[in-house]
Design a protein around this ligand. Structure first.
Ligand code: ATP
Ligand code: MG
Length: 562
């Protein structure tokens, strides 16, 4: 276990494991699994589950499997399998065993035959609608299926014919014979198999009956001898069925433990909705940096260290809640603050001419790469007569306490000289400020005046002649309200998409060292935010930068004002 993750008080899941270890329930063995369905890309919620399952295995010297829960042929694809493996590894974990639920299809079939022979399962000819109609209500028991008392022999023959493809989709199901009067709906003769003539991404056309989730999950856990099967709260009501199946089969009995899923403000986190955003082109793809997918946040510049720290910080609980997105963003800031080299980048350039600086002269100024990390060393910045500064760092009519550029006021150029603005050059037609004329004090190289005079403001800059022109993409929350899914009936959550979630700046001026930056490298643009080189659209010598996160949380201010 690396030391970067903070230690936390024992949560309720680790408390259960500690008890089991103390009582010798599994002879001290701890074996978890992460069981995604390969029907989409993983998101930040999955990261919580991954950190929990793989993290527990690491802490207890146990094992964690990656298992693809691929029982739904219509929605699953190899692309998703590949991306899931990449994402788990990116988060810093490696599985002990790799499994596919589809590898258990034959075993599951054999076990179903066993239950049929023991009179614990039957073939039912009711349609899906009829099954629903006879299921009963909260206050009323369901009705027994007219096929419930079929003899095992007939059931066996029909089940074999189902498997052999004799019936159309939906014509029959195999159901467990449990209790149509159970207060738990999941125990009212749940469907174990459905007929689906669909090609599976791994088993091809070998099967035309597919096992249901409940009839797959616990059995797969048992086959892999999982000790603690950790899942989200919506499966709490399924636990009695999970237990019933493994007990009916008399096989190893893993313990299912439920925890609350992660929800974040300004985000949606269901694969179905994320797929919709991709299909309808509200984003450029699963790896759009605004997406809450692991692929998206990776491209945006989030680090696996920050994700693990975030998951440790939020912990696990039994109660659903929503985590403020700035908790996540602060974890990213805290990590990047330690590690990201500082650079100078001007996003909205305004030309400055230093009128008393010799034409054609260039000097190299020392700049510290990361004040948080002395080992990061220094670099040299070219300084010359013409510079760019941020438009925002100049005001003709300065508000109170404006310590930046305004006519007559002295300001410090980061790592450079003290300069004073003397004139403003405007476009005569539009009145727009075209450039500033300033003078510099040659005695202030490095930023300090030998006479000790005080200069409050420090601004960033780049040398015009040396600057790298680059595209910078300012990413913001994908949704403009904290709870995008909270919409009145009939209103689409997509109306809450933030129209300003991406602002593209085509001609930013960056310090020249950035021309060589490798895709994926992260930086702090001083005074602006954290940025990384886009891994998709950057070209050699022509990087595109993504804003990972601003330096401070600007949304909290907006909300308070609003
Ligand atoms: P979604 O509802 O987003 O489609 P899912 O639960 O269907 O997700 P699976 O592929 O079945 O996705 O999930 C794999 C594992 O990740 C499961 O154990 C599931 O409980 C867990 N998981 C999914 N979403 C979250 C979440 N938001 N927070 C924590 N764990 C999650
Ligand atoms: Mg699912």
């Amino acid at each position: 276990m690396s030391t970067e993750e903070p230690t936390r008080p024992v949560d309720f899941i680790r408390a259960i494991i500690n008890e089991d270890n103390a009582s010798g329930k599994h002879a001290g063995r701890v074996h978890t699994r992460f069981p995604p369905e390969p029907n989409g890309y993983l998101h930040i919620g999955h990261a919580k589950s991954i950190c929990l399952n793989f993290g527990i295995a690491r802490e207890y010297g146990g094992k964690c499997n990656l298992r693809f829960d691929d029982t739904n042929p219509a929605k699953e694809e190899q692309e998703y399998v590949d991306s899931i493996m990449e994402d788990v590894r990116w988060l810093g974990f490696e599985w002990d065993e790799l499994h596919y639920a589809s590898d258990y299809f034959q075993q599951l079939y054999d076990w179903a035959v066993k239950l049929i022979k023991e009179g614990k399962a039957y073939v039912c000819d009711l349609t899906g609608d009829q099954v629903r109609e006879t299921r009963g209500t909260l206050s009323e028991p369901g009705k027994n299926s007219p096929f419930r008392d079929r003899k095992p022999q007939e059931n066996l023959e029909l089940f074999e014919q189902m498997k052999a493809g004799k019936f159309a989709d939906g014509a029959r199901t195999l159901r467990a014979k449990i209790d149509m009067a159970s207060p738990n709906f999941n125990l009212r003769d749940p469907v174990m198999y459905r007929i689906l003539h669909a090609e599976h991404h791994r088993t091809g056309n070998q099967w035309c009956i597919y096992p249901m989730y409940d009839w797959t999950h616990g059995e797969s856990d048992s086959l892999e001898r999982i000790t603690h099967s950790i899942c989200t709260l919506e499966f709490e009501n399924h636990r009695p069925l999970y237990d019933w199946y493994v007990e009916a089969l008399g096989i190893f009995h893993p313990q299912q433990i439920e925890f609350a899923r992660l929800n974040l403000t300004y985000m949606v986190m269901s694969k179905r909705k994320l797929l919709e955003l991709v299909r309808d082109k509200h984003v450029t793809g699963w790896n759009d940096p605004r997406m809450p997918t692991i692929a998206g946040i990776r491209r945006r510049g989030y680090t696996p260290e920050a994700m693990r720290a975030f998951c440790a910080e939020i912990g696990v609980s039994k109660y659903d809640g929503v985590v403020e997105i700035n908790v996540l963003e602060n974890a990213v800031r805290a990590d990047l603050n330690k590690r990201a080299p500082r650079v100078q980048a001007v996003l909205h350039p305004l030309k400055v001419v230093i009128t008393n600086y010799p034409e054609g002269q260039v000097e190299m100024l020392d700049a510290v790469n990361n004040p948080e990390d002395p080992a990061a060393g220094t670099r040299q910045l070219p300084f010359s007569r013409e510079l760019y500064v941020e438009q925002d760092d100049f005001r003709e009519v300065p508000p109170k306490k404006f310590y930046r550029l305004t006519v007559g006021q002295e300001v410090r150029l980061r790592w450079g000289y003290l300069i004073r603005c003397t004139d403003v050059v405007k476009d005569p037609a539009t009145g727009e400020v075209k450039e500033l004329h300033c003078t510099y004090d040659p005695a202030t190289r490095g930023g300090n005046a030998p006479d000790g005079r005080k200069v409050q403001g420090t601004i960033h800059w780049v040398s015009a002649e040396h600057a790298l022109s680059a595209e910078v993409r300012l990413y913001d929350h994908l949704f403009k309200v904290p709870a995008p899914e909270d919409v009145p009936a009939g209103v689409d959550y997509k109306t809450n998409l933030n129209p300003e979630s991406l602002v593209t700046l085509k001609d930013c001026k960056l310090e020249p060292s950035l021309a060589q930056a490798e895709p994926g490298t992260r930086f702090q643009f001083e005074r602006v935010g954290y940025f990384c080189v886009d891994t998709v659209d950057s070209k050699p010598g022509k990087p595109v930068f993504n804003r990972t996160v601003s330096l401070r949380d600007s949304w909290q201010k907006i909300e308070k004002k609003g």
